[in-house]
Every structure is written in C-alpha cells, then in structure tokens.
Design a protein around this ligand. Structure first.
Ligand SMILES: NC(=O)C1=CN([C@@H]2O[C@H](COP(=O)(O)OP(=O)(O)OC[C@H]3O[C@@H](n4cnc5c(N)ncnc54)[C@H](OP(=O)(O)O)[C@@H]3O)[C@@H](O)[C@H]2O)C=CC1
Ligand SMILES: Nc1nc(=O)c2c([nH]1)NC[C@@H]1CN(c3ccc(C(=O)N[C@@H](CCC(=O)O)C(=O)O)cc3)C=[N+]21
Ligand SMILES: [Mg+2]
Length: 286
C-alpha cells in the first residue's frame, strides 16, 4: 500500500532549536539572556505536560524560564496584577499565560493585559490585528507559524494551492487561515456549522485539521495526493494520544502527513522559543 511521506515535526523542531541556540549565544555576548515567564493557573493535566515541554525546550536553547503557579481559585484581579508586574520586569521578554483559564477569569481580558511586545503567543488583539491587516512587527501565533515552517522546510508549495482549514479558533484555525492566505493559497474555512464537511475537505491540496475531535478526518475526507496537517490533541478510545486525523488510513492517500505526537506540537514549542528570542533582540535594540 502507498504511504504518504511523514512530516517529522519533532525533527524540524530540533533543527530550529539548534538555530535558536546559536542566536541566543550571539545575544549573550551583548549581555542579555532571553527570558520567558509561563503563568499556569490551576491544575489541568494536559497543561502540566505542555508547560513542562516548554520549560525543557527553553533550557536546551539557553532561554531563562520561570514558571509562576497560581491556585485554581485565583481571582481575575490577582492574575491581572501579576501580568502588570511581569510587563514592568525588564528581565522578562516573553509572557505566556497557559490556556484554558479557570471559569472566573476572562481569557480575553488577560490576553489584552499583556504588553504586545511581550505577547510571545501572538494572541493580543494588536498582534492579531497586525497579522490580519498585513502590518509588520507582529509576533506570529506559534502553532500557525510552526505549521508554515513545516510546510516550507518540507519544500511544499503553498502559492496557488487550495488550503482547507477545519476549525476557526482565534489560536489556531483563524490565524493559520490568514497565514496561508498571505502565502498566496486559496483558503476555505470550515467549522461546526459547515454542512457536508467532506465535500470541502476533499477539494484540499493542503488540509489543516484543528478541531479537537478524535477520528474526525477519515480517508474519505482526503483527496489523493493532499498534504495533511493534524493539529488535534485527543485521546483515542485506547487512551493513546491522537490527532483529529485517522492517521493510518489517511496516510495511504496523502502525499505528506504530520503525526500526533511528533508533528505540530513540538513545532508550536519551537516557535514560542523563536518569538521569545525575537522579543529579547527587540529589547536589545531599544
Ligand atoms: N499541537 C498544538 O500545538 C496545539 C494543539 N491544539 C489542539 O488543536 C485542537 C483545536 O484547538 P482549538 O482551536 O483551541 O479548539 P477550539 O475548541 O477553540 O476550536 C475548535 C474548532 O473546531 C470547530 N469544530 C468543532 N466540531 C467540528 C466539527 N464536527 N466539524 C468541523 N469543525 C468543528 C469549532 O467550530 P465552531 O467555531 O463553530 O465552534 C471550532 O472552530 C484541540 O485538539 C487542541 O488541543 C491547540 C493548540 C496547539
Ligand atoms: N497560552 C497558550 N499557548 C499555547 O501555545 C497553548 C495554550 N495556551 N494552551 C494549550 C495549547 C496546546 N499546546 C500544545 C503545545 C505543545 C504540544 C506538544 O508538544 N505535543 C506533543 C506531545 C505532548 C504529550 O506527550 O502530551 C506532540 O504533539 O508531540 C501540544 C499542545 C499549546 N497551547
Ligand atoms: Mg479554545
């Protein structure tokens, strides 16, 4: 049976970290160590895993990382005050507040409170607005930027291709659509109210699944030869980590496919490090 090529996100992320490591060394000569502060509110099992991954990656590259843990019942004002303090701290170049946040806290308010120059997630309305309008100098959101890097480094052409993005969240679906459009793809966005999802996905040259539903994308959703990018992070019925794409059967028709784990996830973390280094470089010049 034919098999699509694996896009090895783990490998590409490792290469990116090596590149960043030498950038960090160059900045160090000028007396600055990039610093990332991660704020984790409450105890969410998945968040614990992701945050651990981020901190380990920082260590490898030479970025100073701090983890601030706040209890589940933290009030919104307490978190906002913490962000104000980090906004003022010159040794902190990047601030990441891990999502999701507990019910009593507005994610929108928290994101808007982070200084755009320290918003290494690229979630602040200023950074999102710059991306949407094509203004320079924005931090690109990590997952969409990671996907773009995987495509580019795998020499997959984007211009003129039909990209279909399933999911329209502010953190993945919407920005990845904007980025692909900027790269001259023709982009279709699908979501939970799309009628006959497979009708659209079957037209994709590049299919991005960013939903969070195990098994959503089957062989029948994919045109032979398509490039398939799986952003989803789910548990299979057997309890294994899995994406939105039925990997084995889709691999038989796809030309390229990203695995879960080892695909988009490690790239997201690599691009977070990239943004943190960019933030430190900008601080150097100011
Ligand atoms: N690997 C990585 O680095 C990252 C992975 N993730 C993972 O990616 C997935 C998506 O994350 P996120 O964007 O935050 O999720 P959200 O829950 O915020 O958004 C999900 C999107 O999928 C759409 N959707 C839901 N059901 C369907 C359906 N049956 N058919 C088509 N579209 C549907 C929703 O539509 P509607 O808008 O109508 O509700 C929504 O736009 C999750 O599994 C998450 O864990 C997220 C970030 C980074
Ligand atoms: N402020 C904020 N920024 C984020 O970027 C952010 C967030 N909140 N909340 C949650 C999502 C999800 N996310 C992931 C990052 C890495 C992996 C990752 O490294 N995954 C590994 C597997 C990890 C495991 O073993 O569970 C892989 O796919 O190979 C996954 C998911 C970032 N997010
Ligand atoms: Mg969400």
């Amino acid at each position: 049976m034919a098999q699509g090529k694996l896009i090895d996100g783990k490998q590409i992320a490792a290469e990116l970290r090596q590149e960043l490591k030498s950038e960090v060394a160059t900045i160090a000569i000028r007396g600055v160590t990039p610093g990332l502060t991660v704020v984790l509110v409450g105890n969410n099992m998945a968040s614990e895993t992701y945050v651990r991954g981020k901190i380990r990656a920082c260590e490898e590259v030479g970025i100073r990382s701090d983890l601030i843990r706040l209890p589940e019942e933290t009030e919104e004002d307490t978190l906002l005050a913490e962000i104000d303090r980090l906004n003022q701290d010159e040794t902190v170049h990047g601030i990441l507040v891990q999502l999701p946040l507990p019910r009593q806290i507005s994610e929108e308010k928290v994101i808007a409170r982070i200084r755009p120059k320290k918003d290494v997630d690229g979630f602040h309305p200023i950074n999102m607005g710059k991306l949407a309008t094509g203004l320079k100098g924005a931090f690109l959101p990590c997952t969409p930027h990671g996907i773009l890097q995987m495509l580019k480094r795998s020499h997959i052409e984007i211009a003129g291709k039909h990209a279909v993005v399933v999911g329209r969240s502010n953190i993945v679906g919407k920005p990845v659509s904007l980025l692909l459009q900027k790269e001259n793809a023709t982009v279709t966005m699908c979501h939970s109210r799309t009628k006959d999802l497979a009708y659209f996905t079957r037209q994709a040259d590049i299919l991005v699944a960013a939903v969070g539903k195990y098994g959503l994308i089957t062989r029948d959703h994919v045109r032979p030869g398509a490039v398939v990018i799986d952003v989803g992070m789910n548990r299979s019925p057997e309890g294994k980590l899995a994406g939105d794409v039925m990997f084995e059967e889709v691999r038989e028709v796809a030309s390229h496919i990203t695995p879960v784990p080892g695909g988009v996830g490690p790239m997201t973390i690599a691009m977070l490090l990239y943004n943190t280094v960019e933030a430190a470089k900008a601080a150097l010049d100011s």
